[in-house]
Design a protein around this ligand. Structure first.
Ligand code: ADP
Ligand code: MG
Length: 691
């Protein structure tokens, strides 16, 4: 272990138990942590400005003599202190001050001031500037380096942090850390050593390119980012290796898949066939599959999942499919029943809304092994649920689950070292950068082809004032024998408010469209009621479906050709894309109308523009990530998995691939360094996704 990591901060001068606690809040436990705590800005205190040349709103250093220091009683009592240097005079103003301060700033004292000059009541003034007082007539030497400004927390002052950092830098000089990235690789990438990088970042010279240090393009920053990314990659590779020590059941018999295909009224797309083959190849070897299937909305992921399920069921194993919402789970249930019943396979159902008895019944069938296929929600990974022989888990819209939830389900199939295969489906394509940092070398299949006859959807954005014209459009669609969705959004409000808003819209649309059958679904309805209403729309009995965003995922009515979203400016890009994907599923030209309230924020404008420009889910996801940043993009649950200290996934995207290569080389040639890197950056914390 490195000397720096071994030294706790309480060993530094000026850190008591309370101080150590506060530093711990910043994630700073030892000297090494402290050194990785980087400034977010620098101040130039290397040059003294003549007072006569000061301009307001600049940060400067001045030196001079105190000419007067008086307590003045204006609107607020303050200490006003005049300082002159022969070129001019300026005032310091303190609203909070101690008697000692006043005494120190006595007439005739030499002072050095650092702060921002502003135009004030007496001309140019500094408010509460930092200052130093001459000791025995002499001021300490002027800084030669730029002054770092660090992120702080309550009770930890900037000055304290700077002081501790000085001590840490001295220790860095005394005990230079071993470079865990091989010298040859660093040289190839023109990156400095760890020691050089840290010195540069904490104490740059006045002529160093500060912009590059702050925007991350400077080699000193890239050196640290690289090391952190390499450590994350190594963490994932090591988990992956751990995963390889697990075994998994082997499924090779595809007789049921052939039957399923024979019964379909359509051909599988080339992409579906390819992905099914990729999955079959994974299932044919006795090590656990972990495969992510990405495919745009409507690309036919469910069918691919059904094929995988049939491989497992044929071999006598059980399959669990978990979806994040009840509605989506219901949709899967309907599809699976439709496809599997003709093959003689019952599909079971497990969600939180089941009666206790129904739930116990399903649980008994799963534990006893009579149930081969179960579809459900979060209820599936609860403690009470046990499987007889779980061989495959399928998780839809994985980003809505936490990693631990997926693993909890996987654990239900563990038998000694054998664990189930895992298949993850997502319609929210994960941009490459994120996929790599979240999953390392998780295997990925992409369904990059839509079933034939799918339409591009014409999208337009209209201000809410155009509502009447949009209603007319709904009317026209209904008259042509096609159907429409009208989605009411009221995000971040309660379910109850959402339901109310949808009901009000439903009532007003019914009134405006007396000859159209208008149906309503929202999240507050009983599952049965909701299903019955959905069925009326699916069968074409109802022509217009007013809904909350509950219909976001999974709902499939090919005859629907018009999607209207109210308050579209409130929705994120991926949600807009998901909702739009409800139309364009049949043979007819489809349209999406985004109604928005004015004025639009800059981001909302950008989102609507992206929606008009493209229907490509991958591009939309990239834009979404750009607009929102990875933390928010993934939702709070996943943010912990992205806990980088220094790297910024968007900013440092270009380093991701080289870091991955470097990680592989480190692992192959310097396995001891690999362990040390993982320890340095990921110790204790689950800073990366468990596979
Ligand atoms: P998603 O990828 O969004 O989950 P689904 O699996 O729900 O897509 O499929 C959407 C619809 O397309 C379903 O009605 C499904 O039966 C249908 N479908 C799937 N594959 C094909 C295909 N190859 N040809 C025609 N329709 C298909
Ligand atoms: Mg789906």
């Amino acid at each position: 272990m490195s000397e720096l990591a071994a030294r706790s901060l309480s060993g530094l001068k000026g850190v008591g138990p309370r101080g150590a606690e506060r530093l711990a809040k910043l994630g700073l436990h030892n000297v090494e942590d402290l050194l990785f705590h980087l400034p977010f800005r620098y101040e130039d205190r290397t040059q003294i400005q003549p007072i006569g040349r000061l301009r307001p709103e600049t940060h400067v250093v001045i030196e001079g003599e105190v000419l007067a220091a008086d307590i003045v009683f204006g609107r607020r009592r303050s200490l006003l202190c005049k300082v002159g240097d022969g070129t001019g005079m300026v005032a310091l103003r303190f609203f909070h001050f101690t008697a000692a301060q006043k005494n120190n700033l006595e007439r005739g004292t030499q002072v050095r001031i650092y702060g921002e000059v502003r135009a004030g009541g007496t001309g140019l003034e500094f408010y509460h500037p930092e200052y130093e007082i001459a000791n025995g007539g002499v001021l300490p030497p002027l800084d030669k380096r730029l002054t770092p400004v660090y992120p702080t927390t309550e009770g930890v002052h900037q000055k304290t942090l700077r002081n501790l950092m000085q001590q840490a830098l001295a220790l860095l000089e005394r005990y230079p850390p071993r470079d865990l990235l091989p010298k040859a690789l660093l040289d190839d990438a023109s990156l400095p050593t760890l020691r050089e990088a840290l010195l540069k970042l904490h104490a740059p010279n006045p002529d160093d390119p500060v912009d590059m240090l702050l925007t991350g393009s400077h080699p000193a920053v890239q050196r640290l980012v690289m090391e952190e990314m390499v450590a994350h990659q190594l963490g994932m590779l090591s988990r992956r290796a751990g995963q390889k020590t697990h075994s998994a059941p082997v499924f090779t018999d595809d007789a049921l898949v052939a039957k399923l295909r024979a019964g379909l009224p359509f051909q599988l797309t080339g992409a579906q066939q390819r992905v099914i083959q990729e999955i079959a190849a994974d299932l044919a070897i006795p090590s656990p599959m972990l495969r992510l299937v990405q495919g745009d909305v409507g690309s036919g992921k469910t069918l691919v999942a059904a094929a995988a399920a049939l491989m497992a069921i044929r071999a006598g194993y059980q399959v669990a499919l978990m979806a994040p919402t009840e509605l989506l789970a219901e949709q899967h249930l309907a599809n699976f029943r439709h496809w599997l019943s003709p093959l003689g396979i019952d599909v079971h159902w497990l969600t939180g809304s089941l009666t206790p008895k129904a739930r116990r019944d399903t649980q008994a069938l799963l534990a006893g092994g009579e149930a081969a296929m179960v579809v459900g929600t979060h209820a599936l990974f609860q403690d009470a649920v046990a499987f007889h022989r779980l061989g495959l888990t399928i998780i839809d819209e994985q980003h809505r689950f936490g990693v631990h939830q997926r693993l909890a389900l996987r654990e239900k199939g563990r038998q000694d070292t054998q664990i189930p295969h895992q298949l993850v489906l997502t319609a929210t394509p994960i941009p490459r950068t994120l996929a790599m940092s979240l999953y390392g070398d998780l295997d990925t299949s992409v369904i990059d082809e839509l079933p034939p006859g799918r339409q591009t959807i014409d999208t337009l954005a209209l201000p809410a004032s155009r509502r009447p014209a949009v209603i007319e459009r709904v009317h026209a669609a209904a008259k042509q024998g096609t159907q429409a969705y009208w989605v009411c959004t009221l995000i971040e409000e309660s379910d109850a408010l959402q339901a109310q808003a949808a009901e009000a819209t439903w009532a007003s649309l019914k009134e405006a469209l007396p000859d159209v059958d208008v149906e309503l679904v929202h999240g507050r309805m009983k599952a049965k009621d909701k299903a019955a209403r959905m069925a009326r729309f699916a069968s074409g009995e109802a022509q217009l479906l007013v809904a909350t965003t509950v219909i976001e995922v999974g709902v499939d009515v090919p005859n629907a050709t018009l999607m209207v979203m109210e308050n579209a400016e409130r929705l994120g890009l991926s949600q807009l894309h998901q909702l739009r994907g409800r139309v364009g599923r049949g043979g007819n030209k489809s349209y999406c109308v985004l109604l928005y309230q004015t004025p639009l924020s800059h981001t909302a404008k950008r989102r609507l523009a992206v929606m008009r420009e493209t229907g490509d889910g991958f591009r939309i996801a990239e834009e979404d990530l750009r607009l929102r940043g990875p933390g928010e993009w993934l939702g709070t649950r996943q943010t912990g998995d992205l806990a980088f200290r220094i790297a910024d996934l968007m900013r440092d995207e270009a380093l991701m691939a080289p870091a991955r290569d470097m990680a592989e080389q480190v692992l192959a040639d310097h396995p001891a360094s690999a362990d040390a890197l993982i320890h340095r950056w990921l110790k204790g914390a689950e800073g990366y996704a468990d596979i």
